[in-house]
Write a protein that binds this ligand. Structure first.
Ligand code: AP5
Length: 206
Protein backbone atom coordinates (compact mmCIF):
# COMPACT_ATOMS: atom_id res chain seq x y z
CA UNK A 1 0.00 0.00 0.00
CA UNK A 2 1.25 3.51 -0.80
CA UNK A 3 2.73 5.62 1.99
CA UNK A 4 0.27 8.47 1.68
CA UNK A 5 0.99 11.82 3.27
CA UNK A 6 -2.46 13.12 4.18
CA UNK A 7 -3.21 16.45 5.83
CA UNK A 8 -6.60 16.69 7.53
CA UNK A 9 -7.76 20.25 8.15
CA UNK A 10 -10.91 21.50 9.81
CA UNK A 11 -12.20 23.47 12.79
CA UNK A 12 -12.21 22.06 16.33
CA UNK A 13 -14.78 19.25 16.45
CA UNK A 14 -14.88 18.72 12.67
CA UNK A 15 -14.02 15.04 13.21
CA UNK A 16 -10.31 15.15 12.35
CA UNK A 17 -9.33 12.72 15.13
CA UNK A 18 -12.25 10.39 14.37
CA UNK A 19 -11.49 10.23 10.65
CA UNK A 20 -7.70 10.15 11.09
CA UNK A 21 -8.06 6.97 13.13
CA UNK A 22 -10.12 5.31 10.37
CA UNK A 23 -7.79 6.45 7.59
CA UNK A 24 -4.79 5.11 9.51
CA UNK A 25 -6.45 1.73 10.08
CA UNK A 26 -7.56 1.42 6.45
CA UNK A 27 -4.39 2.58 4.72
CA UNK A 28 -1.88 1.48 7.38
CA UNK A 29 -0.66 4.99 8.18
CA UNK A 30 0.60 6.69 11.35
CA UNK A 31 -1.59 9.26 13.07
CA UNK A 32 0.40 12.43 13.71
CA UNK A 33 -1.70 14.66 15.96
CA UNK A 34 -0.06 17.71 17.52
CA UNK A 35 -3.01 17.94 19.94
CA UNK A 36 -2.45 14.36 21.19
CA UNK A 37 1.31 14.87 21.36
CA UNK A 38 0.89 18.07 23.37
CA UNK A 39 -1.69 16.47 25.69
CA UNK A 40 0.84 13.70 26.39
CA UNK A 41 3.41 16.39 27.31
CA UNK A 42 1.07 18.89 28.96
CA UNK A 43 3.32 19.64 31.91
CA UNK A 44 6.59 19.84 30.00
CA UNK A 45 8.49 22.96 31.10
CA UNK A 46 9.41 25.27 28.20
CA UNK A 47 10.67 28.82 28.16
CA UNK A 48 7.08 29.90 27.37
CA UNK A 49 5.45 27.92 30.21
CA UNK A 50 3.74 24.53 29.99
CA UNK A 51 1.54 23.49 27.01
CA UNK A 52 -1.26 23.01 29.58
CA UNK A 53 -1.45 26.76 30.31
CA UNK A 54 -2.24 27.50 26.64
CA UNK A 55 -4.43 24.48 25.93
CA UNK A 56 -6.75 24.95 28.90
CA UNK A 57 -7.33 28.55 27.77
CA UNK A 58 -8.08 27.42 24.20
CA UNK A 59 -5.04 29.32 22.87
CA UNK A 60 -2.38 28.12 20.45
CA UNK A 61 0.78 26.70 21.99
CA UNK A 62 3.80 28.77 20.75
CA UNK A 63 5.15 27.70 17.34
CA UNK A 64 8.64 26.97 18.69
CA UNK A 65 7.23 24.30 21.01
CA UNK A 66 4.79 22.78 18.49
CA UNK A 67 7.32 22.72 15.63
CA UNK A 68 9.66 20.60 17.72
CA UNK A 69 6.83 18.22 18.56
CA UNK A 70 5.85 17.99 14.87
CA UNK A 71 9.39 17.39 13.65
CA UNK A 72 9.91 14.53 16.09
CA UNK A 73 6.59 12.91 15.08
CA UNK A 74 7.24 13.22 11.33
CA UNK A 75 10.72 11.75 11.64
CA UNK A 76 9.21 8.52 12.96
CA UNK A 77 6.45 8.27 10.31
CA UNK A 78 6.55 6.98 6.71
CA UNK A 79 2.94 7.31 5.61
CA UNK A 80 0.84 9.50 7.91
CA UNK A 81 -2.36 11.41 8.54
CA UNK A 82 -1.47 14.79 10.02
CA UNK A 83 -4.14 16.41 12.19
CA UNK A 84 -3.94 19.66 14.18
CA UNK A 85 -1.09 21.25 12.22
CA UNK A 86 -0.59 23.75 10.55
CA UNK A 87 -2.75 26.18 12.50
CA UNK A 88 -1.27 29.46 11.23
CA UNK A 89 0.66 30.65 8.17
CA UNK A 90 4.07 30.39 9.86
CA UNK A 91 3.36 26.74 10.55
CA UNK A 92 2.45 26.27 6.85
CA UNK A 93 5.93 27.48 5.94
CA UNK A 94 7.56 25.15 8.48
CA UNK A 95 5.55 22.20 7.15
CA UNK A 96 6.46 23.01 3.53
CA UNK A 97 10.14 22.73 4.47
CA UNK A 98 9.63 19.53 6.49
CA UNK A 99 7.62 17.30 4.13
CA UNK A 100 5.58 16.92 0.94
CA UNK A 101 1.84 16.29 1.00
CA UNK A 102 -0.22 14.02 -1.26
CA UNK A 103 -3.66 15.13 -0.07
CA UNK A 104 -5.02 18.17 1.75
CA UNK A 105 -8.55 17.48 2.97
CA UNK A 106 -10.77 20.05 4.67
CA UNK A 107 -13.69 18.75 6.75
CA UNK A 108 -16.47 21.30 6.40
CA UNK A 109 -18.92 21.40 9.34
CA UNK A 110 -21.40 24.04 10.50
CA UNK A 111 -20.48 25.98 13.66
CA UNK A 112 -23.58 24.88 15.65
CA UNK A 113 -22.75 21.25 14.94
CA UNK A 114 -19.16 21.83 16.12
CA UNK A 115 -20.28 23.18 19.50
CA UNK A 116 -22.65 20.22 19.98
CA UNK A 117 -19.96 17.69 19.04
CA UNK A 118 -17.29 19.22 21.30
CA UNK A 119 -19.35 19.81 24.43
CA UNK A 120 -20.72 16.24 24.17
CA UNK A 121 -17.35 14.58 23.54
CA UNK A 122 -16.06 12.14 26.17
CA UNK A 123 -12.63 10.52 26.14
CA UNK A 124 -11.50 7.13 27.41
CA UNK A 125 -8.37 8.02 29.44
CA UNK A 126 -7.00 4.49 29.02
CA UNK A 127 -7.12 4.25 25.22
CA UNK A 128 -7.53 7.90 24.13
CA UNK A 129 -10.64 6.90 22.12
CA UNK A 130 -13.27 9.59 21.62
CA UNK A 131 -16.99 9.05 22.21
CA UNK A 132 -20.04 11.28 22.28
CA UNK A 133 -22.84 11.39 24.87
CA UNK A 134 -25.50 11.44 22.16
CA UNK A 135 -24.00 10.06 18.96
CA UNK A 136 -21.52 7.41 20.02
CA UNK A 137 -21.40 5.81 23.50
CA UNK A 138 -19.53 2.53 24.10
CA UNK A 139 -21.61 -0.61 24.86
CA UNK A 140 -19.16 -1.71 27.57
CA UNK A 141 -20.31 -0.35 30.97
CA UNK A 142 -16.78 -0.36 32.39
CA UNK A 143 -15.62 1.95 29.58
CA UNK A 144 -18.73 4.16 29.93
CA UNK A 145 -17.98 4.69 33.62
CA UNK A 146 -14.39 5.82 33.12
CA UNK A 147 -15.09 8.39 30.36
CA UNK A 148 -14.00 11.98 31.09
CA UNK A 149 -14.53 15.38 29.46
CA UNK A 150 -11.47 17.17 28.04
CA UNK A 151 -10.73 20.41 29.98
CA UNK A 152 -10.93 22.40 26.75
CA UNK A 153 -14.37 20.98 25.85
CA UNK A 154 -16.17 23.15 28.44
CA UNK A 155 -18.52 25.40 26.47
CA UNK A 156 -16.75 28.73 27.19
CA UNK A 157 -13.35 27.31 26.13
CA UNK A 158 -14.94 25.76 23.01
CA UNK A 159 -16.13 29.21 21.94
CA UNK A 160 -12.63 30.65 22.51
CA UNK A 161 -11.10 27.82 20.45
CA UNK A 162 -13.48 28.54 17.59
CA UNK A 163 -12.44 32.22 17.66
CA UNK A 164 -8.75 31.30 17.67
CA UNK A 165 -9.47 29.00 14.70
CA UNK A 166 -11.26 31.73 12.74
CA UNK A 167 -8.47 34.23 13.32
CA UNK A 168 -5.40 32.00 12.84
CA UNK A 169 -6.39 28.89 10.91
CA UNK A 170 -8.93 30.10 8.36
CA UNK A 171 -6.07 31.84 6.49
CA UNK A 172 -4.38 28.42 6.32
CA UNK A 173 -7.48 26.95 4.62
CA UNK A 174 -7.49 29.90 2.22
CA UNK A 175 -3.79 29.33 1.47
CA UNK A 176 -4.38 25.70 0.41
CA UNK A 177 -7.45 26.78 -1.58
CA UNK A 178 -5.27 29.26 -3.48
CA UNK A 179 -2.56 26.68 -4.19
CA UNK A 180 -5.27 24.38 -5.62
CA UNK A 181 -4.43 21.58 -3.15
CA UNK A 182 -7.54 21.84 -0.96
CA UNK A 183 -10.15 19.10 -1.36
CA UNK A 184 -13.32 20.05 0.51
CA UNK A 185 -15.21 17.19 2.13
CA UNK A 186 -18.68 17.51 3.64
CA UNK A 187 -17.97 16.68 7.32
CA UNK A 188 -21.63 16.32 8.36
CA UNK A 189 -23.64 13.10 8.54
CA UNK A 190 -22.46 9.98 10.37
CA UNK A 191 -18.76 9.15 10.80
CA UNK A 192 -19.32 6.33 8.26
CA UNK A 193 -20.72 8.81 5.71
CA UNK A 194 -17.75 11.13 6.14
CA UNK A 195 -15.25 8.28 5.92
CA UNK A 196 -16.81 7.08 2.68
CA UNK A 197 -16.34 10.53 1.15
CA UNK A 198 -12.69 10.64 2.27
CA UNK A 199 -11.81 7.14 1.07
CA UNK A 200 -13.54 7.80 -2.27
CA UNK A 201 -11.34 10.89 -2.64
CA UNK A 202 -8.19 8.86 -1.89
CA UNK A 203 -9.07 5.82 -3.99
CA UNK A 204 -10.64 7.78 -6.84
CA UNK A 205 -7.26 9.31 -7.34
CA UNK A 206 -5.22 6.07 -7.57
P1 AP5 B 1 -6.44 19.46 19.05
O1 AP5 B 1 -6.41 18.27 19.89
O2 AP5 B 1 -5.78 19.44 17.70
O3 AP5 B 1 -7.96 19.91 18.95
P2 AP5 B 1 -8.84 20.53 17.75
O4 AP5 B 1 -8.17 20.83 16.46
O5 AP5 B 1 -9.46 21.66 18.44
O6 AP5 B 1 -9.70 19.36 17.36
P3 AP5 B 1 -10.48 18.40 18.25
O7 AP5 B 1 -9.61 17.27 18.72
O8 AP5 B 1 -11.19 19.14 19.35
O9 AP5 B 1 -11.60 17.94 17.24
P4 AP5 B 1 -11.55 16.91 16.04
O10 AP5 B 1 -11.71 17.65 14.77
O11 AP5 B 1 -10.38 15.97 16.16
O12 AP5 B 1 -12.91 16.15 16.33
P5 AP5 B 1 -13.18 14.69 16.90
O13 AP5 B 1 -12.91 13.67 15.86
O14 AP5 B 1 -12.59 14.47 18.26
O15 AP5 B 1 -5.79 20.73 19.80
C1 AP5 B 1 -6.06 21.00 21.16
C2 AP5 B 1 -5.19 22.17 21.62
O16 AP5 B 1 -3.79 21.84 21.46
C3 AP5 B 1 -5.35 23.48 20.83
O17 AP5 B 1 -6.43 24.25 21.30
C4 AP5 B 1 -3.98 24.15 21.09
O18 AP5 B 1 -3.92 24.71 22.36
C5 AP5 B 1 -3.01 22.97 21.06
N1 AP5 B 1 -2.45 22.72 19.70
C6 AP5 B 1 -2.62 21.58 18.96
N2 AP5 B 1 -1.99 21.71 17.77
C7 AP5 B 1 -1.41 22.93 17.77
C8 AP5 B 1 -0.66 23.66 16.80
N3 AP5 B 1 -0.39 23.15 15.59
N4 AP5 B 1 -0.24 24.91 17.12
C9 AP5 B 1 -0.51 25.45 18.31
N5 AP5 B 1 -1.24 24.82 19.27
C10 AP5 B 1 -1.69 23.58 18.99
O19 AP5 B 1 -14.79 14.79 17.07
C11 AP5 B 1 -15.37 15.63 18.06
C12 AP5 B 1 -16.59 14.92 18.70
O20 AP5 B 1 -17.59 14.72 17.69
C13 AP5 B 1 -16.29 13.52 19.26
O21 AP5 B 1 -17.05 13.35 20.41
C14 AP5 B 1 -16.75 12.56 18.15
O22 AP5 B 1 -17.20 11.32 18.70
C15 AP5 B 1 -17.90 13.34 17.53
N6 AP5 B 1 -18.00 13.12 16.08
C16 AP5 B 1 -16.99 13.10 15.17
N7 AP5 B 1 -17.47 12.93 13.92
C17 AP5 B 1 -18.84 12.89 14.05
C18 AP5 B 1 -19.92 12.75 13.14
N8 AP5 B 1 -19.70 12.61 11.82
N9 AP5 B 1 -21.19 12.75 13.63
C19 AP5 B 1 -21.41 12.88 14.97
N10 AP5 B 1 -20.44 13.01 15.88
C20 AP5 B 1 -19.17 13.01 15.44
Amino acid sequence: MADYHILLLGPPGAGKGTQAKRLCETYDLDHVSTGDALRANKDMETEYGTPRSFMEAGELVPDEVVNEVLEAALTDADGYVLDGYPRNLDQVEFLDDATELDYVFFLDVDRDVLVERLTGRRVDPETGDNYHVEFDMPDDEEIRERLVQRDDDEEDVVRDRLEVYEENTEPVIEHYRETGELVEIDGEGTPDDVFERLSDAVEGDD
